[in-house]
Unconditional design. Sequence first.
Length: 351
Amino acid sequence: MKKYLLALFFCAISASAFTQIPNTVFLCKYRNLPHAGDSIIKQQMEYVDPGAAGRDITWDFRTVRPVDDAYNLRYKAITSDTLQLMGIEHRTIYRYQVKGDILLHTGFENATTLMEYSQPEIKMKFPFHYGDTISSRFAGTGEYCHRLPLHVAGITTTLADGSGTLFTPDGKEYKKILRVKNLREYSETGVDSVTMRLETWSWYVKGNRYPIFETVKTATHKTGKEETEHKVTSFFYPPMQQGQQTDTTGLAEKESELGNLPAIDRIFTNCKLLPNPVESQLRIEYDLAQNATINFSLHDAIGVPKITTSPKQQQVGHYTENISMSGFSRGVYPLYVTVNGMVKTLHVVKK
C-alpha cells in the first residue's frame, strides 16, 4: 500500500512545458507537450514554501539544498503517432494521451499497483495563460498486488497563479516566469480507505519544455486514524542537464499562429476565479483592455443555467464580480463569459 501511495504522489509531479511569445507568458502545445525521447534530470531538494501568487513576484530559491540523489524521468511513445506516451520514473510508468489541445493522464502501473482511469484526469489544456483555470473530475479502478481491487475518484484543478522572477538553487536568475499551481483532491479505497490532498507548484522558464522548479505538499488521512500525515518536498530540474528532443517542423508558423490570440482574450484578460474550489462565495477578478459589454452565466454539468448576470457596459479597467454558490451541490460548473458577443468557457469547482 505504501508503494501505491508513493505512485499517486509522484503522478502529480509530471509536467507540461512552455514557450514564450514576446510580452506573453503561456504554456503552448507545440513546444510544451511531453516529448517521446526526452530524458529529464530531477534533483530532490529540501522543501521550500511556494511563496506568494500574483504578477511581478520574485521567488528566491538560491539557498535551497539537495536532500537526495538526482534521478531520471524519461518519456517514450506508446503509439507511432505519439498521441499516447508514457513517463517513467521511480520504477513507475505513467500513461498519457493527447486529445486535441488537451493532455490527459490515463493511468499508471508499477510492480505492485495497476490503475486505469475510466474518467481520465485533465493535466493541461493548451494554450494556458496567466490567470487561466481548468478543473476536472477523474476516476479509475485497478489492482494492488494483482489481487486486491482499488478505486480512486477525485477532482483536479490547475491555475496559472503567478508570474515574475525566479532565482534557482544554482544561483541563476530567470525572468518572465510562469507559475502553475495544481490541486488534486481524491479518495481511494482498497487495502485502506484514504483521502488525499496534493498541491504542486511548478515554475516554467522560456525555452524549457518542463518546469525548472517544483514544490509539493501532501496531506493523507486514513479512515479510523486520528492523525493526518503531511509530507513536503521540492524538485530542481537543472536546465543544462535536460535531454530534450527538438521538433522544429513548422514551429515558426505555429508560433506565429498562436501569437494571434482569440479576440476575446485580447479584451478579457488576467481573469482569476477566487477561491477555486469554492465553498460559498465566488469572486471573479478580471481586466478589460478595451470598452466592452460583458456578462457571466454559470451552468450545471448538464448545461442548465443556474445564475446569469445582466450584461454590463464597462470601460477599460479592473473589475470584480461576486457570485453566491452556497446552495450548490459539489461538482464542476462551466462558467460562460460573454464579451461583445464572444464566449469564453471557464470552470468552477464547488466543494
